[in-house]
Design a protein around this ligand. Structure first.
Ligand code: ZN
Length: 356
């Protein structure tokens, strides 16, 4: 988000604008503080003495009489009987007090930070958190070794709200989190991310930089257990891109193994050390073709884990591979049922036959 846009947005969800929208009776101003009649308990014993303090810097309110306190969006939400998200939306749609919104369109999303900066921030985040034992066991059951799990920075996502806030606060002292997918500012304008039950799966570039974080959820959500660490449509948030993960791909690489699953890619990297390209939830081949365009890759061995969903394979082939075939890539499909069968010689053999 541009600085100007952020300033405009701040005006709209400031405590002063909220007071204006709610028609609160503001009595006096002292510096950054405004004093108003509390909308919850009203006039104090027939006198017009302001009992509610509105702080313009903290965006907070506090009533000396009834003790009600909180922040701007929450105040609007409570009095209008909305949840915070709808309150935020409604405030953005209204013309803000002393804020010229004509022809002003909010783009709440930031431009993404470059790869090196993302890598630095994400590594810093991962260094401050741990991998829980049950998550460690889950990754080992999926075929990864203890040392691989450590080397590649797999970590458990904090599940507590205060933890995500403290971690984000500490990171924000050293880094600008605007432009880092996953981070956003909450209604108090404090940096935060969404606490979740799941594992951060770092998605690497061929130069071993972390492009972004994929999340392996403990429980399926909306039909998937794979989502991106993203902060789309949040205050000062940044959407994740559909990154591809690459291992061992060099300038002269002409044959790669392609997979539709990041854990499988990590498994292949651990077991075979061959050039690997992996994607997650890609809707069409455009992104892949873009990625492959400036390389010397000619041959793609597509490995797909077979479950009972034969439909999924048809879908992938139709949506994804047909585009690649059109562009002229040589494609072979290798299916497997479990990690052991993936490691069996045929994938490696197929690969070696193509390299030699
Ligand atoms: Zn009150």
């Amino acid at each position: 988000m541009q600085k100007k846009e952020f300033e405009e947005l701040q005006k709209c969800i400031s405590i002063f604008n909220v007071a204006h929208q709610l028609n609160l009776e503001v009595i006096e101003r002292k510096g950054n503080e405004f004093f108003a009649i509390c909308p919850f308990c009203g006039y104090r014993s027939k006198t017009i003495k302001a009992n509610m303090k509105l702080n313009y810097i903290k965006n907070s309110y506090h009533c000396f009489d009834c003790g009600k306190s909180g922040y701007a969006i929450g105040l609007y939400a409570t009095l209008r009987n909305l949840d915070n998200k709808s309150a935020f939306k409604e405030l953005l749609e209204k013309e803000a007090f002393s804020c010229d919104k004509s022809e002003f369109v909010f783009d709440t999303n930031n431009k993404i930070a470059d790869l090196n900066y993302r890598d630095t921030v994400y590594r810093s985040l991962l260094n401050t958190i741990n991998l829980k034992n049950d998550h460690k066991k889950k990754l080992e059951d999926l075929g990864l070794t203890k040392s691989y799990i450590e080397d590649y920075n797999f970590k458990s996502i904090p599940t507590k709200k205060f933890a995500s806030r403290i971690i984000s606060y500490n990171l924000s002292k050293n880094f600008d989190l605007a432009g880092i997918p996953g981070f956003f500012q909450n209604e108090e304008f404090k940096w935060d991310f969404t606490p979740l039950n799941g594992i951060f799966i770092p998605v690497y570039s061929s130069t071993n930089k972390i492009k972004g974080l994929s999340i392996l959820l403990d429980k399926t959500y909306n039909g998937t257990n794979n989502i991106w660490f993203s902060s789309n449509n949040k205050i000062n948030g940044t959407p994740a891109e559909n990154w591809l993960m690459s291992f061992n791909i060099k300038e002269d690489t002409h044959t790669i193994i392609l997979t539709d699953d990041f854990i499988t890619a990590h498994n292949l990297n651990l077991g075979l050390k061959v050039p690997i390209l992996a994607f997650s939830s890609i809707q069409n081949s455009k992104n892949l073709i873009k990625q492959l365009k400036n390389t010397n890759i000619k041959k793609i061995i597509f490995t797909v884990r077979l479950s009972d969903e034969t439909q999924k394979i048809d879908y992938l082939i139709e949506k994804l591979l047909s585009g690649l075939l059109d562009v002229g890539y040589d494609i072979e499909i290798k299916t497997y049922f479990d990690i052991e069968s993936m490691y069996d010689s045929s994938v490696l053999e197929m690969f070696n036959n193509n390299v030699s």
